[in-house]
Design a protein around this ligand. Structure first.
Ligand code: ATP
Ligand code: MG
Length: 874
């Protein structure tokens, strides 16, 4: 059975058992800051299991993309060393939300495995939680398993819980004995052993209890089922392979790696492990990049970076010394591209990013190598022969320089690394980063969803109208349900229906007023903690409001319309960016409110000014074309087919809302929009900047704020014109700058030439020493350049002789000496300046015909100058 057939057969089996087939949620759970990556099929149903959300169906099945790398549940270090662990894998799962329980979960799993998949019964074992007699009894009575096939294990293996509190319960695993040749050979090797012999295929979780703050378990009113089976593992079994890496999910990737490295798979244990690590990591990398994640130094991006580097390191161990992982994208796509279209559509971008990251890594290795050379030199001089673990760790931490690399290099140089110390540093680092997934662009923390669990659905009518009458269903104050809000009190209100948009998808919540009889209630914000609940934050300005009151709602039209302009313009911006910069542009976040729009997206360099102009021009052209904006509700599949731009961080329901602006753009979006693009009026891009590596941000204005911005610029320009007294300020400023430059020159000239008369005096006072004229003068206020010009002038007039000039400015004295060419065989300007400066407590020197020096000790200058004649005489 091909893996694609296994996947389909699984889902089809559960479809035939009345399960709703739900597509995989994205790997990256943007709305759950507590989780690095989705790591199990149940994650997308978490709020249903918690009772915060009502499911529209009671049975579901899925094939979920999972990542277990980084964070608490990481299998990163196992990869390559076991036959069964991956960082990225696909989890097949069936779920019951208060519907069937243990018995049916067992029946389904057993029937699928043994009848549909024909797994030999005699190879199967099950484990149950040691206290779960019910499960053990069902396996034996309903399924007919012999007692020696049912193994009881402790809480570590077979008791599951979602968190410290909340749903939990025993689990039961279905295990296949792969034969003693696959085992570790230890005498106590049995079900539960960590080796590859007794392979855990399928885990059935029986959500049976709720744990409260005190740790006390109480039976859940509606026990539920959550199961998970690794597609790679069951495929290996059904394809008669002893490792997941030999299945058709990995075979094409391994084959390409083997040909890149020119090494046969199976030729050595170590090389095989490297190939497996590469294959696993490249697959994970492709999935993560396809979802828009970018390598970085924190959080999820850091996990991605580590995985890429680890793969690149193993490529080096296979003697591939240039970027090569990006060449493997194609084989990943061949293996799973038809199931996960994002891999194919994002291929160009994935390739670009991966190549950049690999090149970066290779440079890193080179930098690290230089640093290591320096360190080794020091160690050699020190004579210990041992490289401290701490510095190797720093190399690892700052340059990503791997320990194995350092070890090999050190070994070649006859040195050793203190690896214990290295590991201690590593451990410290791990402690530091435990559970800390770094900072992301997360939306503001959700209000306590629990509080609103019973609030029920509110119907949203705000796409079509800004007013409606409605009934008050719930009132809250200070996180408690209340019956009434009095005058001047603040709180929250839930209605049966509402025209107020609840902030979500980057669009700010609506504001406005509600009235009820004589009561006036101001709505300051509207939130949507989950898709069906609308929470209005209110202040009662007049009168009071209580449960079941009828209210009339008025959304603030000016604010809402401004927000709509910004939202529709954001769609135009997104499309225009893709046109101008390329299809790698992908939204990574956005904020639209009445004031402005902010759009974050993937792109690899700063955007050139002329490209920004192009984008701005396209947007405004589309505004003036007055394209009609239409919305359609359709299934996710229809939406993908119609080419709507998908946003991976959204959690989609079964149907999606697609917003189109003419034929220009199409996006999945729940926001409110203009009826036609002409309503936007005008769009002005304010700024372009960097948010994180590979992510840029554009901020823009529309409508009145855009016009106000231009008006403001215009008024600034008017003021400038007034000050400059011209209609052509640019020309005028250029002219002024030119004038300023020539004035500066003039000033310099004046400063030196005003010394002319002084020159005459100095020449007049020149002394003759043995037939050689010596001119000495001090002219304060000149800098060194000016002083040199002065000396030049003296020399021109002196024709033959020695000149020493000095000047004090800014509490420093400068000295310049010149000896005319005819005398340089006998006198050296450099020597003369050196001696004078020395007497003045400073320094100087230069060439035989021209030299300069100086001192800070101005008091000594005159004395030094006095000595000139003596110096020359000597
Ligand atoms: P193991 O003990 O083998 O690591 P687990 O107890 O961590 O497995 P669960 O958390 O129960 O596994 O996940 C359910 C199923 O998902 C497992 O039975 C297995 O088939 C699969 N699975 C879990 N982790 C991985 C992984 N890292 N790579 C591939 N498949 C996995
Ligand atoms: Mg595990």
């Amino acid at each position: 059975m091909k893996s694609s057939e296994v996947r389909t057969a699984f889902l089809e089996y559960f479809r035939s058992k009345d399960h709703r087939i739900v597509s995989s949620a994205p790997l990256i759970p943007k709305h759950d800051p507590t989780l690095l990556f989705v790591n199990a099929g149940m994650v997308q149903f978490k709020s249903i299991f918690l009772g915060d959300e009502k499911s529209r169906f009671s049975r579901a099945a899925s094939c979920q993309k999972c990542m277990r790398a980084g964070g608490k549940q990481s299998d990163l270090e196992n990869v390559g060393h076991t036959a069964r662990h991956h960082t990225f894998f696909e989890m097949l799962g069936n779920f019951s939300f208060g519907d069937y329980f243990k018995k049916d979960a067992m029946l389904f799993a057993w029937e699928l495995l043994t009848e549909r998949f024909k797994v030999p019964k005699e190879k199967l074992y099950v484990s149950v939680y040691e206290e779960d007699d019910e499960a053990a009894g069902l396996w034996s009575k309903v399924i007919g398993l012999a007692d020696d096939r049912i193994v009881r294990l402790g809480a570590k293996d077979n008791f599951w819980q979602m968190g410290d509190t909340g749903p939990c319960g025993p689990c039961s695993e279905i295990i296949i004995d792969q034969g003693s040749h696959m085992g570790c050979g230890k005498p106590d090797c049995a079900v539960g052993c960590d080796c590859d012999r007794f392979l855990e295929l399928w885990n059935l979780v029986f959500m049976q209890f709720g744990r409260d703050e005190k740790g006390v378990l109480a039976p859940l009113p509606e026990p539920s089922i959550d199961t998970g089976m690794g597609l790679e593992r069951i495929s290996a079994v059904l394809q008669n392979k002893t490792t997941n890496f030999d299945t058709d999910l990995f075979e094409p990737i391994i084959r390409d790696i083997s040909s890149l490295a020119n090494i046969q798979y199976g030729s050595s244990h170590e090389k095989d492990a490297s190939m497996r690590v590469m294959a696993d990591h490249v697959r994970a990398t492709v999935f993560m990049l396809s979802e828009g994640l970018v390598p970085s130094n924190e959080g999820r991006g850091y996990v991605l970076r580590r995985i890429i580097r680890r793969a690149a390191r193993h490529a080096k161990l296979l003697n591939i010394h240039e970027p090569c992982l990006f060449r493997l994208i194609d084989s990943v796509s061949r293996a799973v591209g038809d199931i996960y279209p994002e891999i194919v559509t994002e291929m160009g971008r994935t390739e670009k990013l991966l190549k950049i990251e690999e090149e970066h890594f290779h440079r890193t290795i080179d930098t690290g190598m230089n640093r290591l050379d320096e360190i080794m030199e020091k160690v050699r001089q020190g004579g210990t022969g041992i490289i401290p673990g701490k510095v190797v760790f720093e190399l690892y931490d700052t340059f990503g320089f791997p320990l194995d690399f350092a070890r090999d290099i050190a070994m070649d140089a006859g040195l050793k690394i203190d690896e214990d110390a290295f590991r201690r540093e590593m451990e410290l680092q791990r402690e530091r980063s435990k559970g800390n997934i770094g900072s992301f662009h997360l939306t503001a923390p959700m209000p306590a969803i629990k509080l609103y669990a019973n609030a029920g659905r509110s119907e949203f009518v705000g796409y079509d109208t800004l007013t409606t009458s409605a009934t008050v269903k719930y009132l809250y104050k200070d996180n408690k349900v209340v019956n009434v809000l009095q005058e001047n009190e603040e709180g929250e209100i839930v209605l049966d229906k509402t025209p107020f948009y609840g902030g979500s998808g980057g669009q700010a919540g609506d504001t406005g007023i509600m009235t009820s009889g004589h009561a006036l209630i101001r709505v300051t914000d509207t939130k949507k903690p989950n898709p069906d609940i609308y929470i209005h934050r209110v202040k009662v300005e007049k009168g009071s409001i209580k449960k079941d009151d009828a209210v009339f709602c008025n959304v603030d039209e000016i604010s809402r319309k401004a927000t709509m302009r910004n939202h529709t313009a954001t769609h135009l911006l997104h499309r225009a960016l893709r046109m101008v910069l390329g299809d790698h542009v992908k939204q990574s976040g956005s904020v639209v409110d009445p004031e402005r729009l902010r759009f974050d997206f993937t792109h690899f360099s700063a955007i050139r000014d002329d490209d920004i102009k192009k984008v701005e021009d396209i947007i405004n052209e589309k505004i003036w074309e007055n394209l009609s904006v239409t919305t359609e509700i359709m299934s996710v599949d229809e939406a993908t087919e119609s080419g709507a731009v998908a946003l991976f961080d959204e959690k989609y329901g079964e149907t999606v809302r697609v917003v189109s602006t003419g034929n220009f753009s199409k996006e999945l979006c729940g926001g409110t929009h203009c009826k036609a693009t002409g309503e936007i009026g005008l769009c002005v891009v304010l700024s372009e900047s960097s948010v994180a590596s590979g992510i840029r941000r554009i901020e823009a204005l529309t409508g009145k704020p855009a016009l106000d911005h231009l008006k403001q610029k215009k008024s600034e320009l008017e003021q400038i014109k007034n000050v400059l007294k011209t209609e052509k300020p640019l020309e005028k400023v250029e002219k002024l700058l030119d004038e300023m430059k020539s004035m500066e020159k003039e000033i310099q000239k004046l400063k030196t030439s005003s010394a002319r008369d002084v020159i005459s005096d100095a020449l007049h006072n020149a002394r003759e020493l043995g037939g050689i004229k010596v001119v000495r003068m001090r002219q304060d206020g000149l800098n060194t350049d000016e002083l040199r010009i002065l000396a030049d002038n003296v020399r021109d007039r002196l024709k033959s002789g020695i000149i020493v000039v000095s000047s004090v400015t800014d509490s420093q004295a400068a000295i310049v000496c010149m000896v005319t060419k005819d005398l340089t065989d006998r006198y050296n300007a450099g020597e003369i300046v050196k001696n004078i400066s020395k007497i003045a407590g400073g320094r100087g020197g230069g060439k035989p015909d021209m030299a300069q020096g100086g001192t800070k000790d101005i008091a000594k200058l005159d004395e030094a100058l006095e000595s000139v004649y003596d110096i020359i005489r000597k």
